[in-house]
Ligand binder design. Sequence first.
Ligand SMILES: Cc1ncc(COP(=O)(O)O)c(C=O)c1O
Length: 422
Amino acid sequence: MKSSNLLETRNKILKLVDEQNSWRKKCINLIASENVMSPMAEKVYLSDFMHRYAEGEPFARYYNGTKYIDQIEILVQEMLGELLGAEFVDPRPISGTVANLAVFSVLTKSGDSIMSLSTPTGGHISHNKYGGPTALRLRVYNYAFDYETMNIDVDKTRRDLKSEGIEPRLFVLGASLFLFPHPVREISDLAEEYNATVVYDAAHVLGLIVGGEFQKPFKEGADVLTSSTHKTFPGPQGGLIATNSDELFTKLKKGVFPRMTSNHHLHRLPALGITALEMFSFGKDYARQIVKNAKTLAEEAYALGLPIIAEHLGFTRSHQIALDMEKIGLSGKEAADLAERANIIVNKNLLPWEPLKNVRDPSGVRIGVQEMTRFGMKESEMKTIAELLKRLWLDRETPEKIKEEVINLRDNFQKVEYCLGG
Ligand SMILES: Cc1ncc(COP(=O)(O)O)c(C=O)c1O
């Protein structure tokens, strides 16, 4: 690169970062997989730890200079264990995907079969053949899905396994489109018939689980929990694995290191610890408000004529709602693009009954209210958002006109709530 361009490019990078920071303060972010950390978590995130290595386990590292991260990592393990009702927690996976890969890699061998939800019915890419399972040479079979209950059809899945002679090693639960709790108990009974392990991927709902507003995977029979730490759980981007089995944990840790990570991006851990503390203090209120907000947004939007799915089931029991935009003559992409012009950020999403080939232009939109809840929005703001979405998607008002109202609404919700002061 020419030296004259160096300065120009530096300035461009600085400007783009500034623009992102100020733009996102003017947006209503409804992406279901995102969140923001508290100021204190952000403060400890930017530390010397971001430059360091600590391969191995606390107080048994392959590097020197780790005496402080050793202590932090143990505190984080203990706090997350208490929040999750798990005896053993490994917070070293650097993402939910890495956590899943680490678990699958030690609990299966090449050629084994695993069960998961298909992508349209909510399964994450890391549960399916386009993701990690193929790298591990696994065969992926998908659960039968009942569109009426919007959930796994356990009886049909049992019959399918028998008739096709499939013997799964793992039953993966949890999803990216995750409106209703999964039948963990029933799947755990089915898994027992195959002497298989139940892995519950809590990436989306971790904050709701620790806040007591969603199902309790371990109590209901899950053997292993994997997760991201940055969706409804509002921590730094990263992952974790938890279990109550000493025997399993010995294996799972090896999946994380040395298999799927070397260093585990240490600066995440103090921020994860601060977020865990916040969940001890505020998790219940925060999770309760998220579910209330999601329900309110769904009910209000539906009453205004927006095509929210699963009305017969009360729309949702999580942080998410989903819309079938085809019903009002838009594709998911068109709807999401219109919303972005109004500073409302949502993502297009496959709906359970759609073919996978629609993935680039699906008919659905997925919405999550956890981030706006974290910024203090409650039911009355959900009503306002429902009206803005109706004007945007049903009345087809000019997005740029709605944008001004979005900026004004968001302006009153700039402070992260449910967090520690000081
Ligand atoms: C169910 C599920 N599992 C795992 C992941 C992957 O998480 P990460 O982005 O932390 O790798 C996601 C991401 O959205 C998800 O929805």
